[in-house]
Write a protein that binds this ligand. Structure first.
Ligand code: GAP
Length: 445
């Protein structure tokens, strides 16, 4: 494994070089903490979102999907508590003008600027609201203020009965959504780990009060298992329970799923028992009755909510970090991404050994056939070893080589990115062979 301290630099460079992630507006010098996903990155991100959607919506009978708007009625954010509570304490250095979150300054270094080192240089902490504010319509006045949503969850809460009635669901049931969220973070950083614009994959599960902790435990187990399916190494994941001072304003219980990033154990996903806080507040602020009537038991109650809230960009970053490796093959260094086939942007590279003797024609046919089923990359340029290396860096799990023997017996070699084993497979068995290999994939550490 690459030395930890260099890993982030190497990964950032690979992301740019191979088209996973670029700095935003780069020709203008970039925009702090904003990133664009390139051709491979957008595929990886889509695959992760699809994998989540399949697990959380399509494979279940008790969860429905939603895509709510980013801009919502401003009263939503009063009801949710974000206007009053969604703040971070901020301090400024009077000497070098750097800005920090006050809760990130170590108590033994109180007053000392982490950047310039001057003592007694920091201002008193001031609360800073993390929501981005904008105006609806042409007039910039207080009555027209709207906020860019800081979490996707609220779009779900205000739609709970629209979804429940239209889909004929009954409690317990959930609503899932993937979408952008915005937070004016004081200290974004660590590449895409903390940014001001990011995507969340959130699911809100509505349950009868009293059953909430049981569902909370259920969702904890489900969610950590999901990362296993994604190919993330188990020993790099842990739960972190929120203590009383860490709990968000809405949560009665909360666990983070943390990943061991090169910069420490950090939150990847939050699982929260939000009680009936949100629906009660929306009932109060909207004047609408948001209680649920259970026909079977004749009971009326405000549902409790168990939330699973994952960051999509953070998951992309996690899969890249977890997959990154360097090794030496036949005396030559290689960089490889051990991405699980289900999320790999390209599933197979197709390589005619030479650009003659009918090999390109056979390779093209194989390429066109496989392309109907999953993304494949055709490469006939340069030595075969270099073509393999390029696909290793892109995280492509299989390399298919069309060689002299192919022309005689209609077989090709399939090279496994991780084990480097080469298997001869009949051309007409290639698709089922690759599909079986993908289904049987297990991450080898
Ligand atoms: N609805 C609950 C909620 O938003 P959160 O713990 O504040 O909870 C959930 O955020 C997830 O969203 C985090 O675990 C993280 O993966 C992602 N996330 C939060 N802030 C982020 C940021 N500034 N940049 C990237 N991802 C972020």
């Amino acid at each position: 494994m690459a030395a930890i301290e260099k890993l982030m630099d190497k990964l950032v460079s690979l992301c740019k070089r191979r088209g996973f992630i670029f700095p935003s507006s780069e020709i203008y010098g970039g925009l702090n903490s904003c990133y664009d996903y390139g051709p491979l990155g957008v595929e990886l991100k889509r695959n992760i979102k699809d994998f989540w959607w399949k697990a959380m919506v399509q494979s279940r009978d008790d969860i429905e999907g939603l895509d709510a708007s980013i801009l919502m009625h401003p009263r939503v954010w009063e009801a949710s508590g974000h206007i009053a509570n969604f703040t971070d304490p901020m301090v400024d250095c009077k000497v070098c003008k750097a800005r920090f979150r006050a809760d990130e300054i170590k108590p033994e270094k109180a007053g000392q600027c982490p950047r310039c080192g001057n003592k007694d240089a920091l201002t008193e902490a001031r609360n800073f609201n993390l929501m981005f504010k904008t105006f609806m319509g042409p007039v910039e006045e207080a009555a027209n203020v709207v906020y860019m949503r800081p979490e996707t969850a609220q779009g779900i809460y205000v739609n709970v009965y629209n979804v429940m009635q239209s889909s004929r669901q009954r409690i317990p049931f959930g609503i899932a959504q993937i979408g952008k969220a915005f937070r004016n973070e004081i200290t974004p950083g660590n590449f895409t780990f903390r940014t001001r614009e990011f995507e969340q994959m959130e699911m809100q599960f509505f349950v009868k009060p009293g059953t909430d902790m049981e569902w909370f435990e259920y969702w904890k187990a489900q969610r950590i298992a999901w990362y296993d399916g994604l190919g993330v190494r188990k020993n790099k994941l842990q739960f972190h329970q929120h203590g009383p001072t860490e709990l968000a304003h809405y949560a009665a219980a909360a666990f983070d799923i943390e990943y061991e990033f090169p910069f420490g154990w950090k939150e990847l996903e939050g699982i929260h028992n939000r009680t009936d806080f949100d629906l009660k507040r929306h009932a109060e602020y909207s004047g609408k009755d948001l209680s649920y009537f259970d026909d079977a038991t004749r009971e009326k109650y405000v549902p409790y909510i168990v939330e699973t809230s994952a960051g999509c960009d953070r998951t992309v970053l996690t899969t890249l970090i977890d997959a990154y490796d360097e090794d030496v093959i036949e005396g030559e260094a290689r960089t490889v991404l051990h991405l699980a086939p289900v999320i790999a942007p390209i599933k197979a590279g197709v390589f005619p050994l030479v650009k003659k003797e009918g090999m390109p024609e056979v390779a093209q046919k194989i390429y066109q056939d496989l392309k109907k089923h999953f993304p494949v990359f055709y490469d006939d340029g340069g030595a075969i070893g270099r073509r393999y290396r390029r696909m290793d860096e892109a995280g492509t799990p299989f390399g298919i080589t069309i060689d002299g023997q192919t022309l005689q017996d209609q077989t090709v070699t399939v090279r496994d990115r991780d084990s480097l084993v080469q298997t001869r497979v009949a051309n007409d068995k290639l698709l089922p062979f690759i599909q079986e290999q993908m289904a049987a994939y297990k991450r080898v550490d």
